[in-house]
Ligand binder design. Structure first.
Ligand code: COI
Length: 365
């Protein structure tokens, strides 16, 4: 289907960020947003690009009470030739479909998702940051928007896409890697079998904040989640997928239990490592094995992966106040190589030998 969305340009452009090197994560939002409605019997309709502005939501709107919503995290990158490109948007679209199915939200198709992104990006391309390590974060989200206190799927939904120029998620200068301390969480859980762990829903993140906040007591940036049933196996790190390199084997938690978010970066890391001939396993990894590897010197690297976080190396794990260093606590070689290659492919600085990029007909002057 050919989409042609009407555009209303803002008459009040916002002040721009001044220093790209300290953009951080999503502190500025661009001048426009994409918005579309869904009504039962009518489907998705009236997509449009409008000035970025607060949404008016009735206090009795169901999303504010029962959290029937979903979101995605994607980025647009600036190529050396001045064109913008997306990275594996088909994978985001698949996750949108799976999340919508889980949350009983009407699905937005890949075609519509990309058309909405293109429409708003075309208006705000001049917001694109240009420095190393930066990109334009894209946040599509859908929420049930019906005045109703019945805990039932809504009949009306709103789909919005907003954009934010961004640098590093965990702080630090854009384009540089530094290690973080991570607290091994054994009290709270992120996700159980049959829950919503594999879906991108706000509740997964809101429910994790208590644990992330408590991790600060141990001077840790975030938590390493363990499985809900036995508190025995490693699952994710904060809002990211988790990887451990022990004895030359790179291990990450498998997707089959439905508790792990199928990260686009996770999948890309696995593919790159396999392409490079590294030994890679998607298997359950006991936390006891990770701690033993820290003690006996075979824990070579650990890192988190995500769209926002890209590759975020871990320098130390903390268990109830006791530190377990990851190798020498410095950024590992594989983390550096993965970051350089991934961000290089995403920005067109490295040839896309995996066929992952999705160039757009949008140029930055
Ligand atoms: C992303 O990595 O894009 C996410 O959605 C995680 C979020 C907490 C920033």
């Amino acid at each position: 289907m050919q989409y042609n969305f009407p555009v209303t340009r803002t008459t009040h452009p916002k002040p721009r960020y001044e220093d790209e090197s300290s953009l951080g994560f999503c502190h500025y939002f661009t001048d426009h947003m994409f918005i579309m409605d869904y009504d039962e019997g009518q489907g998705w309709h009236d997509g449009r690009v409008v000035p970025y502005e607060p949404l008016r939501i009735d206090p009795a709107s169901c999303v504010l009470h029962y959290a029937q919503m979903m979101f995605e995290g994607m980025k647009a990158y600036l190529r050396p030739d001045g064109r913008l490109q997306l990275f594996r948007p088909d994978m985001n679209a698949k996750r949108v479909a799976n999340t919508c199915e889980r949350m009983v939200i009407p699905v937005v198709s890949e075609e519509l998702l990309i058309a909405g992104i293109k429409a708003v990006l075309a208006e705000d391309a001049d917001w694109m940051p240009k420095s190393a390590g930066t990109s334009m974060y894209i946040r599509p989200f859908i929420f049930g928007n019906e005045i109703s206190f019945s805990a039932l799927p809504a009949k009306h939904y709103t789909f919005v896409i907003i954009l934010a120029p961004c640098g590093s998620y965990y702080g630090g200068a854009s384009g540089t890697l530094q290690t973080s301390r991570i607290y091994v969480q054994d009290k709270y859980i992120r996700s159980a079998r049959g829950g919503t762990g594999y879906a991108k829903v706000g509740g997964n993140y809101g429910g994790a904040m208590r644990a992330s906040e408590d991790a600060k007591k141990y001077n840790c940036k975030d938590v390493l989640w363990l499985d809900a049933q036995e508190h025995k196996y490693v699952e994710e790190v904060g809002t990211c997928n988790a990887f451990f390199r022990i004895n030359d084997e790179v291990i990450t938690a498998p997707l089959d239990g439905g508790t792990i978010l199928p990260g686009v970066t996770r999948d890309s890391v696995l593919d790159l490592l396999r392409h490079w001939g590294e030994k890679v396993s998607e298997r359950r990894l006991p936390i006891a094995d990770v701690l033993e590897a820290s003690r006996n010197g075979t824990l070579q690297e650990a890192f988190a992966s995500g769209t926002a976080a890209v590759i975020s190396p871990i320098g130390c794990l903390n268990v109830k106040g006791e530190d377990f260093p990851v190798a020498d606590g410095e950024v590992g070689e594989l983390s550096k190589k993965l970051y350089k290659t991934l961000y290089g492919i995403q920005t067109g600085a490295v040839e896309d030998f995996m066929g992952w990029t999705y160039p757009l007909d949008i140029c930055v002057k």
